[in-house]
Write a protein that binds this ligand. Structure first.
Ligand SMILES: Cc1ncc(COP(=O)(O)O)c(C=O)c1O
Length: 400
């Protein structure tokens, strides 16, 4: 298929729920992707944070190939060797107290299970979520998601047991808790909401409040997990362990897989049949996730995210100082936001033209979420591409 045919098919038949960018990607390796015409791009968006170990990592490819010739599907009502192997690998890297896992296929699904387990375990119904928080677009997860752009049209279907409080203010969590509160759900670093890192002391305080009030603390690490922020789990930056953790995105090296990882007594409150997923824990996704975890550990990608992230942030800080349209750089590891004073739509399109794929977070924040295997040289090249584009924005917006 040529580019015109590909576009014609997707434009005609794919649900119009995705904002489309004018690029047709057909191949990827590490932090580089190629379009259908052979043009090369530096990938600083990783399919929204999925390709953490890089596109088509040879170990992940080999694992998928090998498993696909052996067994692709095996419902979790039967035992399976790859699923068992993945659980043991997870057990080695997740916080000690979180020792029961529900395997699913996406971030939203991992949140659904967390919410159900919290409600079932506590026998309570209210959930406290954060302003600017994002947890997915299925109805339960959407009820915990703040942005009206996503939930507005479905307000009648939103669960009325969800309350939103400002992110970063522990006293607001305290005030919102009632005798009906089952759980607090929070992203340690808000991703979709604009790359907002939890302020010092905040998560520690929320942990204390939840302990005191017998409320379950859920960390949504769908975007931050598996080393993205420079620690295996973002909660580690503050030494805080939640009662339940939601993960997905990068877990399968590109294959769809997610997990809800909880304290045993919380997960075990769900009885046989009260939750399940047909594809959850399938051997193919599990094989990809086993290889992905091996790569993260063997290639020390967590440390790499930390050191590259620090160097990259310094360069971006210099950019902020030399461009008046830029307001701030923030983030942890290789989850970085560059906030502009102006709409960044044109910046993203111009970057694509010049061979750089970026992500946005709201209308004015450029989000960098590259594969952790990216080379420093590629990040420097990304800045070389971006800098003159931002300089044009400076000229266009002299009065901001
Ligand atoms: C923090 C967080 N939670 C949940 C989700 C939903 O994940 P998915 O799109 O896989 O359902 C996302 C997706 O961006 C996310 O960033």
């Amino acid at each position: 298929m040529n580019e015109a045919q590909i576009k014609a098919s997707e434009d005609a038949y794919l649900a119009r729920v995705y904002q489309k960018f004018p690029v047709t990607i057909v191949k990827g390796k590490g932090a580089t992707v190629w379009d259908v015409n052979g043009k090369e791009y530096i990938d600083c968006m990783s399919s929204y944070g999925v390709s953490l170990v890089g596109h088509c990592h040879p170990k992940v490819v080999a694992a998928i190939k090998e498993q696909s010739e052996k067994l692709i599907s095996c419902h979790s009502s039967y035992y399976n060797d790859k699923r068992a192997e993945l659980l043991l690998k997870l057990e080695k890297i997740v916080p000690k107290k979180l020792n029961k896992v529900f395997l699913c296929n996406s971030g939203a699904e991992s949140v659904e299970c967390a919410l159900k387990a919290a409600v079932k375990y506590t026998g309570k119904t209210e959930i406290i979520s954060m302003m600017r928080g994002f947890h997915g677009k299925t109805l339960g997860a959407l009820s915990a998601t703040y942005n009206l752009k996503y939930r507005g049209a479905f307000q009648q279907l939103m669960d009325q047991n969800f309350k939103f409080v400002p992110f970063g203010k522990a006293e607001k969590v305290y005030e919102a808790i009632t005798e009906k509160t089952a759980a607090v759900i929070v992203e340690p670093v808000q991703g979709e909401g604009g790359i907002h890192v939890a302020p010092e002391g905040y998560l520690e305080e929320v942990r204390k409040i939840c302990n005191e009030k017998n409320v379950i603390l859920i960390f949504d690490e769908v975007q931050t997990g598996f080393g993205r922020t420079g620690k295996m789990w973002a909660g580690e930056h503050w030494g805080v362990t939640p009662d339940v953790m939601c993960v997905a995105k990068s877990m399968g090296g590109g294959m769809p897989i997610g997990a809800t990882i909880a304290k045993e007594e919380i997960m075990d409150s769900l009885e046989v049949g009260e939750h399940s997923s047909t594809f959850g824990g399938n051997p193919l996704a599990c094989a990809a996730a086993c290889a992905t975890i091996d790569v993260i550990v063997e290639e020390k990608l967590t440390e790499r995210a930390r050191s590259l992230g620090e160097r990259f942030k310094k360069i971006l800080q210099e950019m902020v100082e030399s461009h008046h349209v830029l307001r701030e750089v923030r983030g942890l590891g290789l989850m970085i936001g560059l906030e502009s004073r102006t709409f960044i739509g044109d910046v993203l399109l111009k970057a694509i033209e010049k061979g750089l794929l970026l992500l946005y977070s709201g209308k004015n924040i450029i989000r960098f979420q590259p594969p952790l295997v990216i080379e420093m040289g590629q990040l420097e090249k990304a800045v070389k591409i971006l800098d003159p584009i931002i300089a044009e924005e400076d000229k266009k917006n002299l009065n901001v």
